[in-house]
Ligand binder design. Structure first.
Ligand code: PEP
Ligand code: MG
Length: 591
């Protein structure tokens, strides 16, 4: 059915990046293998066998290249996984069986290989031995790669080939794919899975692209070429919008223009409450180039530089010089404003692209962030040296992600001291007083904040993770998004505990998770005593607008209410009511 003959249809998901856009849809399908049997002529048989053997060689080269990158970026142990793939590629029994089938049944190589490999996978899945059962996964991986090559499947998610503006619809978009989005061609995007604080969603906000996640089945139901309107305020995508829908959304765009006007008026004003309490307002960045957006949106520093994005979408990790240049560029551009560089937080939903890392059962609970860095001291020290060197050229601070206890903090600090000693010996300048802070994003860290505060210069609450770990609700899983509640009493109490512990030890606490960028929650955070807020650059003006409309006494009353209330939805409702009361213009576009 063509788009013109279809009526209006509305799909609802989770709004993750505000704005409205309209245009043609481009559905990105994951590569699938369509394997049909084809009868070969006698003359074709030898050619087909040769083609199969060449593909095995080509696949072997690809696997070796991946293995080389894994060993460089991760460890020799991770690289060993690919030895199993290489062994399977050289398995003469399997190869001979495929060749026999091509020859005897006169069938194409993809069909023969698929048939034989599938039998191997099924047999491995049946065995009683856990090690062999795990090899079934390796075999499936490898089979997919060989079939990609036999069928010449190119990367179906290669976004560099876009030539006209579109709304992307996909089952999923990884952060590394999102990092390649070109705003010229991507008006907005919508995915079937994902949560509000998945890194893909966070990147959409940084890019200022309207986006929706958690649509469940849009990638199946929508077709490339359909005309649609994507509403990133309310989380809907309207396909074949009627004239009256388009009219309604025209109004929404007008409201947005008038709000933008109001926000422009306060762009260069300080982030200070109505009764004069300054709140340090900084921005989160993923890339050194985001710094332009930080300045343009009136932020007073960088509260979180997610350095892992320097590591993705490239062949090998950046060396000390490349990292130093990136950190230095941000420090210099921000002049005297603080720039908080977070050390590497790979893992969870952020992987180095093109690397087939070992799949973990629970990646968010696994080998990520500081755990990974402490196990890879060489990689970590390279980054620490680069940050230290950049500290000579601006107001640089550093913080560690995912600290769960004192040991990790002590180990990381010891490495910093070693790097400082090296730099001193090499006569390379750095800031001897570089302030080192701790992200509070694991409940255990919040609960021992008083101990951590003795060894840190500041705290930054990573609410995205703190919420997921406290409530055991995966931040990327739309099926549990109803449990992912920023105003759950446990979260409010953990924030309060952290803030109080920091103040008792004379240090400050910021919030760099996404709750800091939600104007509805800003008064609550201020009332809880948070000293700094860091959010995606495009939402900075709204956050500032809200800060400038709050009185401390009212914010503290809101916090006092939240601290004694047992219901997340009641706390949220009170926050909404208060925010609408003091800053109604911010919410005109929300249903
Ligand atoms: C957080 O967890 O809130 C945070 C800021 O870190 P990230 O989103 O990069 O995990
Ligand atoms: Mg985090």
């Amino acid at each position: 059915m063509s788009a013109q003959t279809k009526g209006e249809k509305v799909f609802r998901g989770i709004a993750v990046s505000s704005g409205v856009c309209r245009g043609k849809i481009l559905v990105l399908h994951r590569a699938r293998h369509l394997i049909a049997r084809r009868e070969l002529s006698d003359a074709e048989i030898a050619v087909e066998i040769k083609r199969f053997e060449q593909v095995l060689v080509k696949t072997g080269q690809q696997v070796k290249e991946i293995q080389r990158r894994v060993v460089t970026n991760m460890s020799a142990a991770e690289g060993d996984i690919f030895d199993a793939h290489l062994l399977m590629l050289e398995d003469r029994v399997l190869i001979e069986e495929v060749i026999r089938m091509i020859r005897e049944q006169k069938t194409n190589a993809d069909f023969a290989f698929h048939t034989v490999a599938d039998r191997y996978v099924a047999a491995l899945e049946q065995v009683d031995d856990e090690y062999l059962r795990e090899r079934a996964g390796d075999m499936r991986d490898l089979t997919g790669r060989v079939l990609d090559n036999l069928l010449e499947v190119k990367d179906a998610l290669n976004l560099s080939r876009l030539t006209e503006p579109c709304i992307l619809v996909s089952h999923d978009l990884s952060p590394s794919t999102t990092a390649q989005l070109d705003k010229k061609f991507v008006l907005g995007f919508a995915t079937d899975i994902g949560g509000k604080t998945s890194h893909t969603a966070i990147m959409a906000r940084s890019l200022d692209i309207p986006a929706i996640v958690g649509l469940q089945n849009a990638a199946e139901e929508l077709e490339t070429g359909d005309y649609a309107l994507l509403d990133g305020y309310n989380g809907t995508i309207v396909v074949n919008p009627t004239d009256s829908t388009l009219f309604e959304y025209g109004q929404l765009e007008k409201n947005k223009a008038s709000l933008d006007e109001k926000l422009r008026e306060i762009l260069w004003q300080p982030a200070v409450t109505l009764d004069g309490k300054p709140i340090h307002l900084s921005a989160n960045i993923e890339d050194q180039h985001d710094v332009e957006s930080v300045i343009a949106h009136g932020a007073e520093g960088v509260g979180l530089f997610r350095t892992e994005f320097l590591f993705i979408n490239r062949e090998s990790p950046p060396d000390e010089m490349a990292q130093y240049e990136a950190y230095r560029a941000v420090a210099v551009a921000m002049k005297n404003h603080p720039v908080i560089i977070r050390t590497l937080d790979l893992g969870g939903d952020k992987f180095v692209s093109n690397l087939q890392l070992a799949q973990e059962m629970n990646p968010f609970l696994g080998w990520r962030a500081i755990r990974f860095c402490l196990a890879q001291p060489q990689l970590f020290r390279t980054q620490l040296r680069a940050i230290l060197r950049a500290s000579a050229e601006g107001n640089v601070k550093m913080m560690y992600p995912m600290i769960s206890g004192l040991d990790e903090l002590n180990q990381a600090n010891a490495l910093v001291e070693q790097c400082k000693a090296e730099l001193r010996a090499e006569k390379i300048p750095f800031d001897e007083n570089l302030e080192v802070g701790v992200m509070i994003e694991i409940p255990s860290a919040a609960l021992i904040a008083d101990a951590l505060a003795k060894k840190a210069k500041f705290f930054s609450i990573g609410s995205n993770d703190l919420i997921q770990y406290t409530l055991a609700a995966d931040r990327t899983n739309e099926k549990v998004s109803h449990l992912y509640e920023p105003t759950h009493p446990s979260i409010i109490r953990l924030i309060k505990l952290t803030v109080d512990a920091s103040h008792a030890h004379g240090i400050w606490t910021g919030v760099c998770g996404e709750i800091g960028g939600d104007p509805v929650l800003v008064p609550l955070l201020i009332g809880l005593g948070v000293d700094e807020i860091s959010a995606a650059p495009p939402v900075i003006p709204e956050v500032k607008y809200m800060i400038r409309r709050v009185k401390m006494a009212e914010a503290q009353a809101l916090a006092a209410f939240a601290l004694q209330c047992e219901s997340p939805s009641e706390i949220y409702a009170r926050c909404v009511e208060f925010a609408h009361q003091i800053a109604p213009s911010l919410f005109e576009n929300k249903a």
